[in-house]
Write a protein that binds this ligand. Structure first.
Ligand code: FES
Length: 193
């Protein structure tokens, strides 16, 4: 194989890797590929929207991916998980998502999402930036660094050192099984930051 055709194959492979296929763990392999890219392509990919195929995502499963150098989670919540989510002011610091910096307008609702069953969140603790663990059996995300707890809408519990809910990134549905992380639904524009 000539060096040109080798380069071509590599380019195709890296471009293809930006489309994430549903299923826990599959998307986690994206990051090493991105870190090996040439600077211009790497910075383009770091800010570019990421397409996520959720057609194989099962109830309770989580997909991990990277967008703008941040970990992003896509979780398919079960009926029980949705029932565990409430807006009880005694339990949460920002029960009604009043902090407008933590989600786009479309996610200022009980489930903090476009569709109740599909959750899209930045996996970054709002205390000091650790990565909380997903505990589907306990219906929460838990940050072991200093003990912050978040419900399955990313709402921070009272008593946690974190002060804000987990952030919802801009995203939209391209179709029933495809999410574009990094783009707003038609009516809303994405911040350039
Ligand atoms: Fe998560 Fe401190 S970084 S609790």
């Amino acid at each position: 194989m000539s060096s040109d055709s080798k380069d071509n194959s590599r380019r195709k492979f890296l471009t293809g890797s930006l489309s994430i296929v549903g299923g826990t763990g599959v998307a986690a392999t994206l990051w090493p590929f991105l870190t090996s890219m040439a600077p211009s392509a790497k910075s383009k990919a770091a800010g570019a929207p990421v397409k996520v195929d959720i057609s194989d995502l099962q109830d309770g499963d989580k997909i991990d991916l990277i967008w703008r150098k941040k970990p992003i989670w896509v979780v398919k919540r079960t009926k029980d998980m949705l029932e565990s989510i409430n807006t009880n002011e005694k339990k949460h610091k920002d029960p009604l998502s009043d902090n407008t910096e933590q989600q786009p307008d479309f996610a200022k609702n009980k489930f903090r999402s476009l569709k109740p069953e599909i959750l899209v969140l930045e996996g970054v603790c709002t205390h000091l930036g650790c990565n909380p663990a997903y505990n589907p059996d306990q219906n929460n995300f838990f940050c072991a660094c200093h003990g912050s707890k978040f419900d399955l809408a990313g709402k921070v519990s009272n008593g946690s050192p974190a002060g804000a809910n987990l952030k919802v990134p801009p995203y939209r549905f391209e179709d029933e099984n495809t999410i574009i992380v990094g783009e707003m639904p038609k009516e809303q524009k994405i911040d350039s930051a």
